[in-house]
Ligand binder design. Structure first.
Ligand SMILES: [Zn+2]
Ligand SMILES: [Zn+2]
Length: 936
């Protein structure tokens, strides 16, 4: 059998596209998905849903490659799997993108456009991008059950969340509460704490301001306060001081007035001053002062006072903290504690409501100058200062957030917190540091605000009756039972706004009609329920138990507080258990300089572009061979380097094998005998990496696995193939040895393609199919591991010693300026001795006649005899000559087995002449002054 010839100038992306079509046309994918249907072993993987919102970028490739890799590995090992892919379909990010595409700028615009039309557009968007992402994932080489992907917008998924919320209600966890929450004035909705984590903060410049609050009983003396959010001054209620901190009262010589501030913050004072008094903060507590905007109707009745707060810091600002309970999270909490009045000035778009004089009707984020102006007029402006600080932003629309006090729906966490903390300890976190992140988060998390004042999302099934009775609906069936008009329920096109808002229920308590609250749910409810909704928790407990808890999940680090949190929360709430056992938490994909990728920065790489230019096997290799826990630098330079270092090196070996195996008419059924030392060595190494790759993948460690393959390919190329060039092809004479060499390479390449099948599905397929004639590498079984014999282990160690000796010998040659083609007499090796075969290897590599071993200290050392005589010089010249002839043959385009007529100066030694003829395939050698070759 002849192998299909290999294109040495392979175009990997092109090759991949051909294989991709072939996979789906011939049903390989389907056979792969059902390969282990009857197996008793199960591998349960849960896919964290990708938001079906945009085309994929290269940052999506990493997680999806790892997901595919471990599923492929388990499939080759005979584990039955579900292969379910998931799409996240509801929520703010989807709405915001659709809003932008429609050119709408606010919720008012959406309502004018029509909620029904808008929600339909959101659904269309999901359809469009889930289809596109499916194609892109296929291109990435993922084999999933694409026909049965789950969608978080499905009726089933939404009903499952209803079920969960009803359960929370029964446990007494669901409540409507007032809180000061980070709020996006553009999206018109609260942003929860976990949405804020990581990406929610941006470094920005703000104008901070120092203001003088006059004491009521001593108007010549002011408290100096500092804030980075000037708009909140209009709702100031209190000033907090640290009772233990030292404060000073100073006299400002220029103005003849007094200021109070922390002693440590005197550096903020401009101009001359005299310290009049030093005292601790407790002396200030309960002092009354005039507020900065007492003239505004909303603020006029406030009695401003100083409160004590042990967290008030004197490391920034003035050490006196401005407190506005209606406009800040900590402020709100302090307000609760001290029973302070709450002024909630902003509407959902961040606009001052009535009662705020000239500020009313204006955006909180645009009134800085007016505020400054007003303070100056009142003579209480002290100074401004530009600060660069980390400030919360809407993670989807990038708008700067405000804090707004509103009424929202919450799930109380006090009861579930300790259970979640305990459950999270049962997990194998990779890396271990992720566990700490999760535990810290669980320790600090507040109640979960689940309501969003938006449109395209889970319809919260909450019905609040005027009589005070609260109904939470747990299923569509239940909704029908309570509905006033059951036909409306039967005719519901979907469980979404606006349709569901038309359905009223009878209050079970007073029988009056009740409407649904209009809010929709936090999208993390949608993704958090999937450990239940995707595996029939309610319909078929038996089935659910087969797959839950999930063996493995992987997502990037940002998901600790998002999807990991939400799935853990819901599993502990419903079953008091952890939903997954092994969690691989990856870093981020950044550009080649280490900068985060952003569309606006111009360093963002769309998935399609990378797939088209570098090919996905190269992309996958970058994802898997780097440390997954750290950020991975990704770019085209790296792609190029990776392709050369790994993919092309393997391709060249494959090309070498196919070319010579075809010339030598190698029969893969050949039974090997009389193996040479390097044959035994490469087989031992092969067996070693089967072991390493298997053990590493069992531990979800793709990096160790891929790097060990990479090292092996380098050994194979630099040692085995290079050393074997003379053993094959027309110049080689020993036919058994030819076949041995081919058969070893054949075995190695087939095994390597099996090991590579989860990593580089295309390249491995191409090689395996051609070399074995089998249907697909992805339908084959994983290579068996076997314990290495003591002699194999010794051989691997010995070859390391050989390589060390050769390395040192070559470096001695280099220092002396003697080329390897020039034979040398001998090398002395001190501290080690090696077998005859290995000694021969050293002789060949270093081109020396003799190796002398001497006992000595354990530390290996060598000394190379660099003296030349006439015999050695003559042999050196022959080598030079052969090399020149080979180069001429090559430039003339001679075939590998093409005979020639050679014109050259004849060597004196007949033995040397014979060698020259044999190695250049010269049928005749004719004496001539200049070297010339004729092809025959
Ligand atoms: Zn926003
Ligand atoms: Zn009622």
């Amino acid at each position: 059998m002849a192998f299909k010839p290999v294109d040495p100038k392979v175009n990997f992306p092109q090759l991949e596209k051909e294989i991709l079509d072939w996979w789906y046309e011939t049903g390989v994918v389907n056979k792969y998905l059902h390969k282990n249907d009857k197996s008793r072993k199960k591998f349960s993987f849960l896919d964290g849903p990708i938001t079906a919102n945009n085309p994929m970028g290269v940052q999506h490739g990493q997680g999806r490659t790892l997901k595919d890799l471990f599923q492929r590995y388990k499939n080759a090992r005979g584990f039955k799997q579900r292969f379910q892919n998931g799409f996240d379909c509801q929520g703010l990010w989807l709405e915001v993108q659709e809003e932008r595409d429609l050119g709408l700028n606010s919720k008012r615009d959406i309502e004018t456009f029509g909620i029904e039309k808008f929600c339909r557009r959101c659904r269309d968007r999901v359809d469009k991008y889930s289809a596109l992402q499916t194609d892109q994932s296929k291109r990435l080489g993922m084999f999933m059950d694409w026909e049965h992907s789950y969608y978080t917008m499905s009726e089933t998924n939404n009903e499952y969340i209803w079920f969960f919320l009803k359960r929370c209600m029964e446990k007494g966890w669901l409540y409507e509460g007032v809180d000061s929450l980070p709020w996006c004035p553009r999206c018109g909705t609260a942003i929860s704490q976990h949405e804020l984590s990581d990406e929610g903060y941006k470094m920005v410049e703000h104008t901070s301001i120092y203001v003088k609050f006059r004491l009521k009983d001593d108007p010549k003396t002011s408290l100096l306060i500092w804030t980075t959010t000037p708009w909140t001054l209009a709702v100031n209620v209190a000033v907090a001081v640290n009772p233990a901190t030292e404060y000073v009262k100073i006299h400002l010589s220029d103005y003849d007035e007094y200021l109070i501030l922390a002693k440590n913050r005197l550096s903020v004072v401009t101009g001359d001053y005299v310290i009049k008094e030093t005292f601790t903060g407790d002396r200030l507590i309960d002092k009354k002062y005039s507020g900065p905007f007492d003239e505004l109707p909303a603020a006029s009745k406030i009695e401003h006072r100083v409160i004590d707060w042990k967290d008030a810091s004197d490391t920034e600002g003035s050490g006196l903290v401005h407190i506005a309970p209606g406009a800040g999270e900590e402020d709100f909490d302090l307000g609760q504690k001290f029973n302070l009045p709450v002024l909630a000035p902003l509407d959902e778009f961040g606009i001052y409501q009535s009662g705020y004089g000239g500020l009313s009707g204006k955006s909180a984020l645009k009134v800085k100058d007016e505020i400054f102006c007003s303070l100056k007029e009142k003579g209480i402006f002290y100074k401004t200062e530009i600060v660069t600080h980390s400030y919360p932003h809407c993670w989807r629309c990038k708008q700067e957030l405000v804090f707004r006090t509103t009424s929202e729906w919450f799930i109380r966490v006090s009861e579930i917190r300790p259970l979640m903390k305990k459950a999270a300890q049962m997990v194998n976190w990779l890396p271990l540091s992720a566990e700490k992140r999760m535990q810290d988060w669980l320790t600090n998390m507040g109640d979960w605000p689940i309501s969003r004042r938006r449109y395209w999302g889970l319809a919260l099934p909450i019905y609040k009756c005027g009589c005070g009775h609260l109904t939470v609906i747990g299923s569509k069936k239940e909704l029908r039972e309570l509905a006033i008009n059951k036909t409306l329920v039967d005719q519901l096109p979907e469980l979404h706004r606006p349709w569901i808002d038309d359905i009223q229920i009878h209050c079970p308590h007073c029988q009056l009609p009740v409407s649904r609250i209009t809010e929709v749910g936090d999208c993390w409810l949608d993704a958090g329920i999937v450990p239940f909704s995707t595996v029939k928790y309610l319909e078929d407990k038996n089935y659910w138990q087969q797959w839950f808890p999930f063996e493995f999940i992987t997502e990037y680090a940002g998901q600790v507080k998002l999807w990991f949190y939400a799935t853990l929360f819901m599993s502990v709430a419903l079953e008091n258990t952890v939903p997954w056992k092994n969690v691989l938490v990856t870093g981020y994909i950044v550009d080649e300089k280490g900068e985060p990728m952003h569309k606006t920065k111009g360093n963002y790489i769309p998935f399609d572009e990378a797939a088209e230019k570098m090919g996905v096997d190269v992309m996958r290799w970058i994802y898997v061979s780097n440390n997954p826990f750290e950020n991975i630098k990704f770019g085209f330079k790296m792609g190029d380097e990776t392709r050369r270092r790994f993919h092309l090196m393997l391709w060249n070996i494959y090309n070498f094998f196919v070319t010579y195996a075809n010339i030598d008419q190698f029969d893969p059924k050949f039974k090997t005998k009389d193996l040479k030392i390097l044959d035994k060595w490469i087989l031992a190494r092969l067996s070693q990496i089967i072991d390493t790759v298997t053990l590493s993948l069992d531990k979800y460690d793709a990096q160790t696995a891929s790097l060990s393959i990479e090292e092996f390919i380098s050994d194979l190329s630099l040692w085995y193939v290079r050393r074997s060039r003379d053993r094959v092809g027309p110049t080689a004479t020993d036919s058994n040895d030819k076949a041995v060499c081919h058969s070893i390479l054949h075995c190695v390449l087939c095994t390597i393609s099996l090991l590579l099948s989860p990593f580089t599905p295309y390249l491995s397929e191409e090689i395996y199919k051609n070399l074995t004639g089998a249907e697909s590498v992805h339908l084959a079984e994983w290579p068996k591991t076997s314990k290495l014999s003591a002699s194999s282990l010794k051989l691997i160690t010995d070859i390391k010693v050989v390589r060390k000796i050769v390395e040192e010998g070559l470096s001695a040659r280099k220092t002396a300026g003697i080329k390897v083609r020039q034979p040398l007499r001998q090398i002395t090796v001190i501290g080690q001795s090696l077998s005859k075969d290995l000694t021969q290897l050293i002789k060949d590599e270093l081109n020396i006649k003799q190796v002398i071993y001497q006992p000595g200290p354990k530390e290996l050392s060598v000394s190379l005899d660099l003296n030349l005589d006439s015999q050695l010089i003559a042999e050196g010249q022959l080598r030079e000559l052969i090399r020149s002839v080979q180069e001429v043959r090559k430039t003339m385009g001679a075939k590998i087995n093409q005979p020639i007529r050679l014109f050259t100066r004849l060597p004196d030694d007949p033995e040397i002449l014979k060698q020259l003829q044999r190695q250049t395939l010269a049928q005749e050698v004719i004496s001539a002054e200049a070297l010339r070759v004729e092809l025959l």
